[in-house]
Design a protein around this ligand. Structure first.
Ligand SMILES: [Zn+2]
Length: 64
């Protein structure tokens, strides 16, 4: 048995034609917003990690 070629909407996961990425404009916008939020969270995490590393470097550098 062969499964017909199809994709899943990146936002809600329902089956859509293979030439589409999202099932609707609403899902496309929702996905973009969610991705933007996720990227912001990742940047924030990186910034905090960077600050902690910087703090350790400074602490070690000034320890005589
Ligand atoms: Zn969708």
């Amino acid at each position: 048995m062969e499964i017909p070629k199809h994709r899943h909407c990146l936002n809600c996961g329902i089956s859509i034609p293979p030439d589409q990425v999202f099932c609707s404009e609403k899902c496309r916008l929702e996905y973009m917003q969610r991705r933007k939020r996720m990227l912001r969270t990742q940047y924030m995490f990186l910034a905090i990690a960077g600050l902690i590393i910087l703090y350790y470097i400074i602490t070690i550098a000034f320890k005589v």
